[in-house]
Structures are given as C-alpha cells and as structure tokens.
Design a protein around this ligand. Structure first.
Ligand SMILES: Cc1ncc(COP(=O)(O)O)c(C=O)c1O
Length: 387
C-alpha cells in the first residue's frame, strides 16, 4: 500500500504502539490512585505533558489533554465565548477552517455572537486587510488555522498577531495547529497564539487524544465537569493509552522534525515534478510555498473521486479533500478560493509522511497518467456521441 492521506490520519509510529500497549498491559493504574501503580501512571502523564509542552515551546502547566483536535477547538472557542461574551460579541475566523472550528462559529452565531468569516485569496491564504477592517474594540476572539488541511497553505499567524498588537486589541488568538504540528514552526512563541489545538493521530500518535495549549494566566471555563482531573479543566479519568502514545509521538516529532521534513519535501517535490512533466492540464491548488506535507492538484476534465477509487484499486490511498468533508458535496476550501467547478471536481489531495519514498511517487505518477488519460478519452467519446 502507498499511503498518501497523512492529513486524514497517520500510521502510528511503532514506539507509539509500544507505549500504548504497555499502558494497557502493565501500567494500567489510575493516576489519581495513591499506591505505586497509580503513582507510576501519574508519572507517565507528567512525562507526556512535558513532551507535548516541549514540542510547543510551552510549560507543562499550559498543556491540557483532550480527545483530539475537535475537542481542543471546541474547548478553546466556546471557552473564550463563555468567559468573555460580556466584554464583546465579535468573533472572527476564516472561510477555510476545518469544520471543528467553523461549526463552533455557527454555534456561536446561534448564541448571539457577531461572527465574521474572513475571505481568502486565490491560493487559500487569509486576507489580512479584511482582518484589519473586521477588528473592532469588541472583538474577543480571532481563530486562524496554521496549515490548511486541504491545500497546505500556511497562514500568516505572526502578521495576525502584529495586527492585533497594532490595533491594541484585547482579542484572544486561537490557532488550530493540527496540521502544522511537527511540520511548520509550531510553538506558542512563533504562532503568538493564546490557545493552540493539536491532535495525536496526525503526527503518528493514537486517535482520540490531543492537547490544548492555554497561555499561562488565561482562565477558561472547564469543558467537562467532574472529578477535577487536568487541574479541574477537563474532568474524567485520564485516557492513559492515548496520553502515553501522544507523549511518545510528541517526543519523536521534536527529535525527528528536520529529518522527517526533508523526506516529506522530497516525496512532494518528486510527485509534483512527475505530474507537471507527465500529465497535461494538471493545476496545483494553493501557494507555491505551501507546507510540504500537502499537495492539492486539479486534473482538468476529470473527477477527483473517480481518480481516488481507481488509485485505491492499485493500492494507493489519496483523498479529494478533508476526511470530514469527503462524504459531503464539494470542498468549502477550494470554493472559498474562488476556483472553477471543473477545478474543484477534478481535485485530488496527496498528503505525505516521512515514510513515503520517491520511488513510490514514480509509481503514483504512472497510475495517475493512465487514469487521467482514460477519463479524458471516455469524456471525449461521450461528447462525440452527444453531438
Ligand atoms: C485542521 C484540522 N483541525 C481539526 C481537525 C480535527 O482533529 P481530530 O480528528 O483530532 O478531532 C482536523 C482533522 O482532520 C484538522 O485537519
């Protein structure tokens, strides 16, 4: 199998799998228990928190475990609204966010928030002039992702922080860094964010675990009430296998980041070059300097979904957009970029990890070439018959 859908999820690293199994088999204690088995579990949670904190340039007290990117986004966005809605009702996000953010904003609108959705340019990068215009004294939250999951577009978070600073805005900045973690410079300082969401299964960790960075001194209401775990912020007995796996994944991504990026970029570049030289009428979507983990291509005159199924038959996994939207109609990201119907219909997303090789990319290009030619032949035969 050639797995090129790493933005949807990644294969867990063998050391992550080992860490998860160990907590199920041996270290199964409850971190709240006072005997040695419990203390060992508590130590494990502490060590995992330290690894996640290190990867984000944060301190361990600023990291809270969640069930993944979706919960981190919900906790951050709804938490800011609940705690600050008396200070202001304007909340701002972008048109290309993941549904985990966009649906929260939809919910906020129903709660009476004054929601502004910022447009993006033709490459999927947020319009900073629109942000300047939208920013009012009663803005309490700006939420912008770090890397777009469909195009790899990297958002200008530093400039956004500067805009907030120049406007002397008291708005909090939340960043959904689910796709940037381990790939781009993803830390509390470089992002300048007050809240950062990350997820385990996008970085070779387990599913159902993630973390939220909450800047020191910032107090959000608890998302879960109960036994007071996670300093009272997120109650519930800790997901020990998930936490152990996330800690290991974070440790590995910090240690291997540069090496992984070189391999990811090599795979992306080879595929891009192969498509450019071998396949006519293939258009790349997103900016030239996109994060190397994602390559979005439109094969004009073809249907991305048909390409997906044909590649699947040859053992190649790709997608036509985000995993969450793959069953819905069209891509809200490509639509927001103003792309034509033909370009949206023919779009395929390839997303890479360090395990992908350049040899694999050559095979993918040959399969793509065959499929694209077959679809175009079929289409012109239908056209001829229709005439
Ligand atoms: C940008 C982004 N945010 C949030 C999520 C949701 O993360 P999770 O699957 O961990 O809930 C995803 C998952 O695809 C994502 O790509």
């Amino acid at each position: 199998m050639i797995y090129l859908d790493n933005s949807a999820t990644t294969r867990p690293h063998p050391l992550v799998t080992e860490a998860v199994i160990e907590t199920l088999r041996e270290d199964f204690g409850n971190p709240s228990s006072l005997y040695r088995l419990g203390l060992a579990a508590e130590k494990l949670v502490k060590s995992a928190r330290a690894s996640v904190a290190k990867s984000l340039g944060a301190s361990p007290e600023e990291i809270f475990f969640t069930s993944g990117g979706t919960e981190s986004d919900n906790t951050a966005i709804k938490g800011v609204w609940e705690s600050r809605k008396k200070q202001g009702r304007r909340v701002i996000t972008t048109a290309v966010e993941h549904p985990a953010v966009l649906e929260c904003f939809k919910w906020l609108k129903g709660q009476g928030a004054d929601v502004v959705i910022l447009p993006v340019d033709g490459e999927g990068v947020v319009d900073l002039e629109a942000l300047k215009e939208a920013l009012t004294p009663d803005t309490i939250l700006v939420s912008v992702m770090q890397v777009n999951n469909e195009t790899g577009a990297v958002m200008p978070l530093k400039e956004i922080r500067d805009i907030l600073g120049a406007a002397k805005s008291g708005a909090l900045l939340h960043c959904d860094a689910v796709q940037g973690w381990g790939k781009e410079d993803c830390g509390a300082a470089p992002l300048g964010a007050d809240l950062i969401s990350v997820s385990g299964h996008k970085v070779h960790g387990p599913k159902g675990i993630g973390a939220l960075y909450v800047k020191k001194g910032l107090h959000l209401p608890p998302f879960m009430h109960g036994g007071g775990q996670e300093s009272g912020f997120r109650s519930g007995t800790e997901n020990m296998p998930g936490i152990a796996g996330l800690g290991k994944a974070a440790e590995l991504l910090t240690a291997e980041k540069d090496e992984r990026l070189v391999r990811v970029a090599a795979a992306r570049d080879r595929l891009k070059e192969g498509i450019s030289s071998e396949i006519e009428d293939a258009v790349f979507n997103g900016p030239e300097d996109a994060c190397p983990s994602v390559l979005n291509v439109s094969f004009l005159g073809c249907r991305g979904e048909v390409i997906l199924h044909s590649l699947d038959m040859k053992g190649i996994c790709v997608s036509t957009g985000s995993a969450c939207s793959s069953h819905s109609r069209g891509s809200h990201v490509l639509s927001a970029m103003g792309l034509s119907k033909e370009r949206i219909e023919g779009a395929v997303r390839f997303s890479f990890c360090a395990g992908n090789t350049v040899e694999e990319m050559d095979y993918v290009v040959s399969c793509l070439k065959e499929e694209v030619a077959a679809q175009r032949r079929l289409r012109s035969a239908f056209r001829r018959r229709g005439q």
